[in-house]
Design a protein around this ligand. Structure first.
Ligand code: NAD
Length: 304
């Protein structure tokens, strides 16, 4: 039997993801609070519903792609999604949210007689459009097996990370590595500049030595060495700094909740929060290199 899928949240990510599912010939019923988002999804083959509750009424699987945990929990609970669904519906939340909120979402779905997975993604809008997203999935084996063909239609790599919340845990741990490593690479370039080292020379050494990492070799924060990196197009995202700030905020919450004294993760969250509120609001997260240069100039006087 082919599942009927409800897809709630048709924004930057959800819109193309729902369109890719519909392109496989499945029936996808969508809803978004923003009429323009609903209209673009409808133009891409998604059946438009008048409300989230109406979208889920006929569905076997409900996928949500929403901004934050509070949206997911409100939609599941007081906005009536769990109550509107058929018994035993599989709820897959692909939003990036707190691990604790993800566990709450699993519990709420279970108490309402449904089943749940957390399945956040990496790969950005480009990956959503090209159906090459990586899905990090938390929940039971049976539900994971049932969801895999659907996730395959939207992604290139599907990893079962463990029980409830494990997908969100993998997502924030990975992005904490990325946030910290981008700051480390940027600090190294700024230090190199002050020592008279060219960007290319540092890149040629570090990219094949022990400093090698994705932040350096794919998303290099200075223009030149990696032509496709956002630094070469005025830091247009890419992965927007406010999204990195959000993910590091989730990581910082989890560090606090776990009583873990991870100095770098906490500091990276503070740095990205400040950057994203200011000049970084519309930039790729690699633009953090500007914030580091600004601090250097303040301390040492204007660069000559
Ligand atoms: P977005 O703001 O473009 O889309 C969210 C959509 O949810 C909006 O269209 C909004 O109208 C809709 N929405 C909110 N509340 C709703 C409700 N109650 N009912 C129906 N629709 C509702 O955000 P996005 O960029 O698509 O990101 C979605 C999620 O994916 C976020 O959790 C984000 O952190 C995560 N994510 C984003 C990226 C990226 O590059 N954009 C990458 C990986 C993960």
């Amino acid at each position: 039997m082919t599942s009927v899928i409800a897809f709630i949240g048709l924004g930057h990510m959800g819109g193309p993801m729902a369109a890719n599912l519909a392109a496989t010939g499945r029936r996808v019923i969508g809803f978004d609070l923003v009429p323009a988002e609903l209209a673009s999804a409808a133009a891409a083959g998604v059946e438009a519903a008048d409300s989230a509750a109406l979208a889920v009424a006929e569905a076997d699987v409900v996928i949500t792609m929403l901004p934050a945990g509070r949206h997911v929990l409100a939609l599941y609970g007081e906005q009536g999604l769990l109550a509107a669904a058929k018994p035993g519906t599989l709820f897959i939340d692909c939003s990036t949210i707190d691990v604790e909120d993800a566990v709450r979402a699993h519990t709420a779905a279970g108490e309402a007689g449904h089943r749940a997975l957390d399945a956040p993604v990496s790969g950005g809008v480009t990956g959503a459009e090209a159906a090459t997203l990586t899905f990090m999935v938390g929940g039971a084996e049976t539900e994971f097996a049932e969801a895999t063909p659907l996730l395959d239609a939207m992604g290139g790599k599907i990893v079962h990370c463990g029980g409830a919340g494990a997908g969100q845990a993998a997502k924030i741990c990975n992005n904490m590595i990325l946030g910290i490593s981008m700051i480390a690479v940027s600090e190294a370039f700024v230090l190199g500049e002050s020592l008279g080292l060219s960007h290319q020379a540092l890149y040629d050494v570090a990219s094949t030595a022990s400093g090698q990492c994705w932040a350096l070799t794919t998303n290099c924060p200075v223009p030149g060495p990696v032509p496709a990196s956002p630094a070469n197009r005025d830091y247009r995202p890419g992965f927007a700094a406010p999204l990195m700030a959000k993910d590091l905020g989730l990581a910082a919450n989890a560090l606090r909740a776990g009583g873990i004294d991870a100095g770098l993760g906490g500091r990276a969250a503070e740095m990205y929060a400040a950057f994203a509120e200011g000049e970084g609001a519309t930039q790729d997260f690699s633009g953090i290199v500007h914030a580091l240069r600004a601090t250097t100039t303040d301390r040492n006087g204007p660069a000559s």
